[in-house]
Each structure stands twice: as structure tokens, then as C-alpha cells.
Design a protein around this ligand. Structure first.
Ligand code: F6R
Length: 242
């Protein structure tokens, strides 16, 4: 596990964007795993700027997102589909065939979970998976207690996660109670992983991740057993780590 300590959110975003940029440059048909939330917004912004400035060829990349809320259509403003279109796909003019997210409003969610997992496999797996981390250690929407062998599945969101995400909705009651997410095993199959963490809010999670035991009660801890993980974290996020 490589830990890159940076000063703040801007530096984290710049560093992560540079890694993504180089990855696409050296492997133009790269399969990227992507995350939503506040953490990667700056990375996407910096990546778009770099890609445009350097005329980066993005025509062969494929993307798979980690998760989506249950019941939200892709054009719902709070869906992760909408987030990705706004923050990355539209600014980069990616074709819809290049980008994939689980469909939260699929009629049969179990079937959707299976076919999403299959699709990732059909593309040869994920080369680089971008991750944020929840305060309770979740990665994707894999909440504490999720089995390490889990694949893409439907989850009940913890109240703490719904509260943390309520900032994107009019009020907390609108935050869906369930979501569809890649599982822990799906994430661990990625050839390399880039986890980003910024701000004081993440300091306990980073301490647990770096100093705690590997167990299912703190989902991100499994990353310690992955051979190629890079963590880019700022000083606040690392402030509780000894
Ligand atoms: C989002 C995701 C989540 C977030 C986590 C942190 O696709 O999978 O695991 O990465 O909830 O969210 P932020 O970045 O908003 O603190």
C-alpha cells in the first residue's frame, strides 16, 4: 500500500488527476472504475482540464461506476448517472456506450446486479478503480458487515450514510434507503486501486484503515490485502494516524 500525503483537497485532486491522465496515456483502452461523492469532484475537474489541454485520446476508454441508488432513473438529478454526466462524461464527450453504471431503476435489481458483474468481466475486469471512503469505512455502498466475497448486490443503506448523503437532496427523507453496488470481491478484483481521502471528517476512517485489523466491520480494511493500492490523503484526513 503506497500512501501519498498531500497538503489539501486541491493537491489531492491534482495528484489523482495526473495519475489518471498517465494511466490513459499509457493504456488508451483502459477500463476505469469510478466513484461519485464529494471526494472525486476535484479530481474529475482537474482531469478534464488536463485531458483537454493535452488533447488526450479518450475514444477507447471504458468506465464502470461503483454504485447507484435504488429507484432513481438515470435522468433523476440526484442519481449517480446524473452526477457522472455532469462531472465527467459530458465535459469529456464520452459516448454512452463507453460508460456504465448499475441501473437503480431496473425492474429486476437482482438480475441487474448479475449482468453488471458479468459486463465488467466481459470487458476483462477493471484496470484502475477510484475509491472514496465513508466515515464508517464503506467503499462503494458496502456497509459494515458486508462479506468479503460479495459481488454486485443490493444493499440497505445505513442511516449514517443516508445522513452523510442528504446534502445532495432537498431533505434526508428523499435519500433512497437502498442501493446497488459492486461488492467487496468485485472491487478487490481491480488490478489497481486509488483511494482518495480529504478532510477531518475522514480522519477516524483513515486511522482504522491504516492501523486497524482487517475485518468485515470496517469494509475498507480489506484493501490492506490488495497488492496495488495507492492512497492519496491530505493532512486533515491523516491527522489521527500515528
Ligand atoms: C460513491 C461511493 C461512496 C463514497 C463515500 C465517500 O460512489 O461509492 O463509497 O466514495 O461515501 O463519499 P464522499 O466523497 O462524498 O465523502
Amino acid at each position: 500500500m503506497e500512501i501519498v500525503r498531500v497538503t489539501n483537497y486541491e493537491e489531492m485532486s491534482e495528484y489523482a488527476a495526473e495519475l489518471l491522465f498517465r494511466k490513459v496515456q499509457t493504456q488508451p483502452n483502459v477500463v476505469l472504475g469510478l466513484a461519485t461523492g464529494g471526494t472525486p469532484e476535484g479530481t474529475y475537474e482537474a482531469f478534464i482540464e488536463k485531458a483537454k489541454r493535452n488533447d488526450l485520446d479518450l475514444s477507447q476508454i471504458t468506465t464502470f461506476n461503483l454504485d447507484e441508488y435504488e429507484g432513481l432513473a438515470s435522468d433523476h438529478p440526484n442519481s449517480y448517472h446524473a452526477y457522472m454526466k455532469e462531472h465527467l462524461f459530458h465535459p469529456l464527450d464520452l459516448k454512452s456506450e463507453q460508460t456504465h453504471l448499475p441501473k437503480g431503476n431496473a425492474a429486476d435489481l437482482e438480475a441487474e446486479a448479475k449482468s453488471y458483474e458479468q459486463l465488467i468481466e466481459d470487458y476483462g475486469g477493471i484496470d484502475l478503480q477510484l475509491l472514496g471512503i465513508g466515515e464508517n469505512g464503506h467503499i462503494g455502498f458496502n456497509e459494515p458487515g458486508t462479506p468479503h466475497h460479495s459481488r454486485t448486490h443490493i444493499v440497505e443503506l445505513k442511516e449514517s450514510t443516508r445522513e452523510a448523503n442528504a446534502r445532495y437532496f432537498e431533505n434526508k427523507s428523499e435519500v433512497p434507503k437502498r442501493a446497488i453496488t459492486m461488492g467487496i470481491a468485485s472491487i478487490m478484483d481491480s488490478r489497481c486501486i486509488l483511494l482518495l481521502a480529504s478532510g477531518e471528517r475522514k480522519k477516524q476512517a483513515m486511522k482504522n484503515l491504516l492501523e486497524g485489523d482487517i475485518n468485515e466491520t470496517f469494509p475498507a480494511s480489506i484493501l490492506r490485502s490488495h497488492p496495488y493500492v495507492t492512497i492519496i490523503a491530505d493532512e486533515e484526513a491523516l491527522s489521527a494516524v500515528s
